[in-house]
Design a protein around this ligand. Structure first.
Ligand code: ACO
Length: 323
């Protein structure tokens, strides 16, 4: 059966690190409050002039190197981002251009923090249809540019960064033993738009706007939504939490991750956590976390890896991958 197999992972973080101590000089907050409520200790912030496509390009190059592939092997680029360089053209086409690719297609996809899971699921359908062979799926964000740096309830939670995977259509054995993406489940519910949104945009205000969030409201819905789509993945594949080697959740908040893992009976040692060092990098957080866990040797070929995310919209989704 035709499956979408991960061939390589890469990431990129801007050089500048902002600690909680530095943040407490900008707004009325403390390291203790931020760590206790979110698990975040530091985040990376893009340099002036360093854009989302710059971050995504660096991550894409690292993923191609890890896959041992040339950019010319790629015929599809899907970039998940809510912070594109410009309203248009899609930042994916900027990355395509800088990689020197003149064939195939490149487009952006927007599902806020669920963007990487949505992009991976979309790419999986392209590859399994036979229309494209090898894709770069990138999550890249510069949320520092849409934060209200005077609002302590949001500015302490986010960071900048990018991650990418190279995936390839391959013939694989049927069932959960074969390599590749086993199943994906995407959901959205626009009734919740006022709980997490940006208060600007080209059509509504002709401005970029700032992120606004009712954190407690988001938190209230997160665990239920996350566990629902993970249970959908188990039901579709006949697997359970006991079968997982690694749980790589969207890194929004350590308390949400811990509560989800506990509800799903996923052992804490199987959970990949990077929110402490990256903050919430929205669509970039999952491929960033994947890159950390692949490079330090935790995720190995043959492992069963559950990805999940929940974010603005609301949007939420899961992807179960035999590495
Ligand atoms: N420093 C110090 N105090 C603060 C700060 C801060 N940075 N921010 C808020 N406070 C205060 C509040 O004013 C409040 O004070 P009050 O009791 O006097 O009113 C108190 O701390 C508690 O605030 P809560 O909002 O109730 O704190 P909570 O425990 O809910 O934690 C948090 C807040 C971390 C935002 C949490 O609700 C959360 O993580 N929610 C989910 C957010 C999330 O995951 N968002 C990402 C979704 S993904 C996407 O699509 C972008």
């Amino acid at each position: 059966t035709l499956r979408t197999v991960v061939r390589g992972v890469g990431s990129y973080l801007p050089a500048r690190v902002m600690t909680n101590a530095e943040l407490s000089t900008l707004v009325d907050t403390s390291d203790e409050w931020i760590v206790q409520r979110s698990g975040i200790r530091e985040r990376h912030i893009a340099a002036e002039g360093e854009t989302t496509s710059d971050l995504g390009l660096a991550a894409a190059r690292n993923a191609l190197a890890a896959a041992g592939m040339d950019a010319q092997d790629i015929d599809l680029i899907v970039l998940a981002t809510s912070t594109p360089d410009r309203t248009f053209p899609a930042s994916a086409t900027t990355i395509q251009d800088k990689l020197g690719i003149r064939h195939g297609a490149a487009f952006d996809l927007q599902a806020v923090c669920s963007g990487f899971v949505f992009a991976l699921a979309t790419t999986d359908k392209f590859l399994r249809s036979g229309s494209h062979k090898r894709a770069l799926v990138i999550g890249a964000e510069t949320f520092s540019r849409i934060l209200d740096w005077t609002d302590r309830t949001t500015c302490v939670l986010f960071g900048d960064g990018a991650g990418a995977v190279v995936v390839e259509a391959q013939d694989q054995p049927d069932g959960p033993g074969g390599r590749g993406i086993l199943t994906t489940h995407l959901r959205s519910d626009g009734r919740h738009s006022s709980k997490l949104y940006v208060d600007g945009g080209p059509s509504l205000t002709q401005t970029v706007g700032h992120l606004r969030m009712e954190g407690r409201e988001v938190f209230k819905h997160a665990v239920g939504m996350i566990t629902d789509v993970i249970n959908d993945a188990y039901a579709a594949t006949g697997t359970s939490s006991a079968d997982l080697d690694w749980f790589v959740p969207h890194q929004a908040n350590k308390r949400i991750i811990d509560a989800s893992a506990e509800k799903l009976k996923i052992a804490p040692e199987k959970v990949v956590i990077t929110v402490d060092r990256h903050g919430n990098t929205s669509a970039a957080s999952i491929p960033l976390a994947l890159d950390v866990a692949v490079r330090d040797g935790r995720i190995q070929p043959g492992h069963l890896v559950m990805l999940e995310a929940m974010g603005g919209g609301f949007t939420w989704g899961s992807a179960l991958v035999r590495w």
